[in-house]
Design a binder for this molecule. Structure first.
Ligand code: NOJ
Length: 551
């Protein structure tokens, strides 16, 4: 079995993780200094979101130099130290590859603007004349995922395509020069020793020939995403096969521990499971994010449907699970309570495959409300101030202390990368570290059990004990049974016919009664290690406000 098939990968958003130089923004040296938190949690890998030079029009996903390091985050040497430290701690390191677009400040785009219509420089992007008598209308009806048209006009009258912010012009993936440049970018980071790539907007690189209209209802029904002319085009797959060969054949860096298998994970907003599975065929990507699980409501029927569909989807890759990311409303808030977020974590971590955790999830952080004048997300402006965007899940982590900046930085609290709430003292790592009832302890215990106990065999499929329509979920894998009570009254596992000894629970149990919105893991194997004791964990955080995903 390969390391990534059951890996727990921790998403690190560097500007909000830890600040080493007191400027209020997290950086690479800060991340290196705090990597032991991730290793101590029991994760196997770290995915670090973009740390490249960027004007920050979209949190760093607008890249001006794909092989550089942003000055506010450190230097290439700092990146090497982060990689070396991760490897010393036994953590793999995955970096973000953002091939769909560049920053408008990228030298290529600046060159394209200067060179004018018909130039080779413009051919690296998607420049087109407009429609209407004077070309005053966009070339087609495409809408940006952030709201508004996916086209912006330049002074000479041409329009360029951007599926996200106007500061993120889309590349022309039919340009051989673009393709070749990205081979160089992948090679650069492989040479620096990374263990893989998370491929941003992996479903969008190629647009249908002729750029036809998409029609009404764009971005409204994710299940139709693969039908859009700007998504899920056939030409993606030969490209991913090419990259897979590069990953498989690129020499391992000196001193790498064999087997040195590098991975690609697709960030693909394709929700049809059969279409999504095409990204993870055996010679393409290793994994694709399972957004259907992240988006599922706290409802047993829907969760069961999503889990079954995810496990059944064809394709060679392992299943992934995630409850949060820097793009999503934090689960405590999205699912409606800290109790549900904790139960959802035990559900996710009992499933076979790989899990992605997002920084702060292990602390039970709720979504923060960002004051209007501090919002950074381009969604806020592009939606005409109707969508606050994703900043509420990108607030600096609370490490210690009883007031902001909670050990994140030595800067004044009003200078932190996004402001931290006043009531986060109970959420700090220091406050939760030795508390047996904390969310941090729950995650550590879950990851330890998952890793150490034979019942955690990642290839063992779940056998459902609950039936579709039951107000609870119960399944067994090897000797481990996971029961999640989604009903509004307690549920006795003995009455359900579930056997085993409880080894971990997301909330306090009352004998064999599982309270509402609580999950329990039961072991039915012998001998049982002495350390596998029940963690009767109290729920700490206040109820959230139950909002859905940020975009
Ligand atoms: C997905 C990234 O996760 C998100 O943060 C970003 O805004 C878009 N891709 C565009 O790069």
């Amino acid at each position: 079995m390969s390391w990534w098939q059951d890996a727990v990968c921790y998403e690190l958003y560097p500007r909000a993780f830890a600040d080493s130089d007191g400027d209020g923004t997290g950086d690479l040296a800060g991340a290196t200094a705090r990597l032991d938190h991730i290793a101590g949690l029991g994760a196997d890998a770290v995915w670090i979101t973009p740390f490249y030079p960027s004007p920050l029009a979209d949190g760093g996903y607008d890249i001006a130099d794909h092989t550089g390091v942003a000055a506010d985050l450190g230097s290439p040497q700092d990146f090497d130290e982060l990689t070396a430290r991760a490897h010393r701690l036994g953590l793999k390191l995955i970096v973000d590859l953002v091939p769909n677009h560049t920053s408008d400040q990228h030298p290529w785009f600046q060159e394209a603007l200067a060179a004018g219509p018909g130039s080779a420089a413009r051919d690296r992007y998607l420049f087109r004349p407009g429609r209407g008598p004077a070309g005053e209308l966009p070339p087609n009806d495409w809408q940006s995922a952030f709201g508004g048209p996916a086209w912006t006009r330049v002074p000479d009258g041409q329009w360029y395509c951007h599926l996200h912010a106007a500061e993120q012009p889309d590349l022309n993936w039919r340009s051989p020069e673009v393709r070749q440049a990205f081979t160089g970018i992948l090679t650069h980071w492989l040479d620096r020793g990374v263990d893989g790539f998370r491929v941003d907007v992996a479903h969008a690189l190629f647009k249908a020939e002729g750029l036809p209209d998409a029609g009404p209802g764009q971005h409204r029904d994710p299940l139709r995403n693969h039908l859009m002319p700007y998504y899920d085009q056939e030409e993606l797959h030969p490209l991913y096969r090419e990259w897979r060969t590069l990953l498989d054949t690129h020499p391992a860096p000196p001193g790498a521990v064999a087997p040195h298998e590098r991975v690609m994970v697709a960030e693909s907003a394709v929700f049809d499971p059969t279409r999504l599975a095409r990204y993870t065929r055996p010679d393409e990507m290793h994994q694709a994010f399972n957004f259907a699980f992240l988006e599922a409501a706290w409802e047993p029927g829907e969760l069961r449907r999503v889990i079954d569909a995810s496990l059944c989807a064809p394709g060679g890759g392992a299943v992934t699970w995630l409850l949060s990311s820097h793009d999503a409303v934090r689960p405590v808030t999205r699912l409606g309570s800290a109790a549900r977020a904790r139960a959802a974590a035990l559900l996710m971590l009992a499933l076979p495959g790989s899990a992605y955790l997002y920084q702060g999830e292990e602390l039970g952080l709720p979504q923060a409300r960002i004051p209007d004048d501090r919002i950074l997300d381009p969604l806020w402006e592009r939606s005409g101030h109707t969508e606050r965007g994703r900043d509420g899940s990108r607030v600096p982590l609370p490490w210690s202390g009883d007031r902001a900046p909670y050990g994140f930085t030595t800067a004044d609290p009003d200078r932190t990368w996004l402001p931290q709430p006043d009531d986060w003292a109970p959420h700090t790592v220091a406050a939760q570290e030795h508390d047996p009832h904390s969310t941090l302890t729950l995650y550590r215990e879950a990851l330890r059990l998952r890793r150490d106990h034979p019942a955690s065999d990642p290839t063992a499929p779940p056998h459902w004990h609950s039936a579709p329509g039951d107000p609870y979920l119960a399944f067994r894998r090897s000797g481990l049974t996971c029961v999640v009570n989604l009903a509004d009254r307690p549920l006795s596992w003995t009455t359900l016919g579930v056997t085993g000894r409880p080894v971990l629970a997301s909330g306090p149990l009352d004998g064999d009664a599982i309270p509402p919105d609580t999950a329990v893991w039961l072991l039915d194997t012998t001998p049982e290690p002495q350390s596998l004791e029940v963690q009767s964990l109290e729920v700490q955080s206040p109820e959230g406000d139950g909002h859905g995903r940020a975009h």
